[in-house]
Design a protein around this ligand. Structure first.
Ligand code: ZN
Length: 411
C-alpha cells in the first residue's frame, strides 16, 4: 500500500514564509483580521495551493479552500485550521493546521496516492477573537445559523465588519444560514499545537483530541453592606467579599474533585475596596469546563448551592446570572479510534486528551465528523512569540494528519 512521505523542509519553508506576513509595529508574529498582512498572507497561501495543483475558492464567509478532486463521486475530506493570529502571537497556532494540510495534500499526491474523496485544504477566516468580538468567524458562518446581520455594522478603527469581510473576499450579505449541510463533507481534521503542557509533561509527541470541553460561566453579584471595619461586630456584618471568597474556593475544590475538569474565578470587582470598610459589593466571573456535560452540570449545581449557603450565612444578597453554557464537542468513536491508532503508529506513547480551548473544529463538528491532532507546545506556551514546537514534532504531526486522511479515505 502506498504511503504519503512528508517533505519536512518544504513544510518548514512554508511556515517560515507565512510568518513573514506580519503587521508593522506589532510584537511577535501579529497577523490579525482584517489587516493588510493577513490579506496578503492569504493571497500567498492561495498561490501556494495553486502551485500544489489545488483548485482554490472562497466561500461567502471568506473561508479559503484548495481542492483536489477524488477518483469517486464522494463528499470531500476537509483538513485545515486558520492563518490569523492574536496580537503578539506565534508562528504555529492555526498556521500548522493549514500549511500541514497543504503539505499532507502534496505528500499524498507525490506518493502517487489517488484518494477516492476530494481533499480540501481549508483556511477558515478570523478564528481568533478580534475587536469585532466574534471568535471563529469563518467557521461559525460556514457551519451554524448563528451569524447575525446586525454584526456587520460593528466598527473597529472606523472599518465596519461588512467592509472588513468584503476586503477579505467574503460576501457577508449572503450569510445567515449554514453554507454546508450534514453529509456534504465526509470528515474534518484539524492539526494544531496543544497550547498546554500535557504532551510535554508526559513525554508524548502526538495526541488524538478526545473532544473540546464544554463551558459554564456565570456573572455572580453579591450585595452586602458597607460599614466601619472596626466598629461593626462580626455577627452584625454583611461581608460580600467573605461570601465571594467561599465561592472562589468552592470553584477550585469542585473542579479538583472531578478528573479532567477545570474551573476558576478569573475576574473580580470589589466595592468600596477600602482598607477600613466592610466590602459591600462584589461582582465575579466564575467558570468551569469539562468534556463531560453531565458532570459539568452537576458541578455547576453544587457551586450554585454553595454560593447560596455562603451568602445566606452572611446576610448577603446573591444574584447568579448564568451567561454561558457551551456544549462539549466530541468526535464520533470511529473517527477518534482511527486518529488515535494513526497517532500511536507514529508514537506509541501518543495520548488521548481533551482540548481546553475552542477551535474551528467545534463548528465543523456540527456538520461533519470532526477530529483534531495535537503536537506539543514547548513550555505549554501559545498566543505569545515564545510559542514553539520542535521541527521533528511538526513533521510527525503532519505525517499523522496525512495518514489519517488516507485512512478515512479507505474506511
Ligand atoms: Zn488556533
Amino acid at each position: 500500500m502506498l504511503e504519503p512521505t512528508i517533505n519536512a523542509q518544504r513544510l518548514l519553508d512554508d511556515l517560515e514564509a507565512l510568518a513573514q506576513f506580519t503587521e508593522p509595529d506589532t510584537p511577535g508574529w501579529t497577523r490579525r483580521f482584517p489587516s493588510d498582512a493577513y490579506r496578503r498572507a492569504r493571497q500567498w497561501l492561495r498561490a501556494r495551493m495553486e502551485t500544489a495543483g489545488l483548485a482554490t475558492q472562497l466561500d461567502n464567509a471568506g473561508n479559503l479552500f484548495g481542492r483536489r478532486d477524488g477518483a469517486a463521486n464522494m463528499p470531500p475530506i476537509h483538513a485545515g485550521s486558520h492563518t490569523d493570529t492574536v496580537m503578539g502571537g506565534g508562528r504555529y497556532d492555526g498556521t500548522l493546521g493549514v500549511l500541514g494540510a497543504l503539505e499532507a495534500a502534496r505528500a499524498i499526491a507525490d506518493a502517487g496516492i489517488r484518494l477516492r474523496h476530494p481533499l480540501v485544504v481549508a483556511d477558515h477566516l478570523s478564528e481568533e477573537a478580534t475587536d469585532y468580538a466574534i471568535a471563529c468567524l469563518g467557521s461559525l458562518a460556514m457551519c451554524t445559523g448563528h451569524f447575525r446581520p446586525e454584526w456587520l455594522a460593528r466598527q473597529v478603527n472606523g472599518v465596519t465588519l461588512r467592509q472588513a469581510m468584503l476586503d477579505m473576499g467574503a460576501h457577508p450579505e449572503e450569510l445567515g444560514q449554514p453554507l454546508v449541510k450534514p453529509g456534504e463533507i465526509a470528515a474534518f481534521l484539524e492539526l494544531h499545537i496543544e497550547q498546554g503542557p500535557v504532551l510535554e509533561a508526559r513525554g508524548a509527541t502526538l495526541a488524538a483530541v478526545s473532544g473540546i470541553v464544554g463551558i459554564r460561566r456565570a456573572l455572580v453579584e453579591l450585595a452586602g453592606k458597607a460599614n466601619h471595619a472596626g466598629a461593626t461586630p462580626m455577627d452584625l456584618r454583611h461581608d460580600a467579599l467573605a461570601a465571594a471568597a467561599r465561592i472562589i474556593v468552592a470553584v477550585e475544590e469542585i473542579a479538583r474533585a472531578h478528573p479532567g475538569a477545570v474551573g476558576a474565578v478569573g475576574k473580580l470587582d470589589l466595592r468600596p475596596n477600602q482598607g477600613n470598610v466592610i466590602p459591600a459589593q462584589v461582582t465575579l466571573m466564575a467558570e468551569m469546563r469539562s468534556l463531560d456535560m453531565a458532570a459539568l452540570d452537576a458541578m455547576w449545581a453544587d457551586l450554585l448551592q454553595l454560593a447560596q449557603e455562603a451568602s445566606a450565612a452572611r446576610g448577603v444578597t446573591l444574584h447568579f446570572h448564568n451567561e454561558t453554557r457551551l456544549d462539549s464537542v466530541t468526535p464520533p468513536r470511529w473517527l477518534h479510534e482511527l486518529v488515535l491508532a494513526v497517532c500511536r503508529r507514529h508514537d506509541p506513547k501518543a495520548l488521548a486528551i481533551p482540548s481546553g480551548a475552542g477551535h474551528d473544529a467545534s463548528h465543523l463538528a456540527l456538520v461533519t465528523p470532526a477530529a483534531m491532532i495535537f503536537v506539543p507546545s514547548v513550555g505549554g506556551r501559545s498566543h505569545a512569540p515564545e510559542e514553539y514546537t520542535d521541527p521533528a514534532d511538526l513533521a510527525r504531526g503532519v505525517h499523522a494528519l496525512a495518514d489519517a486522511i488516507v485512512a478515512i479515505d479507505r474506511a
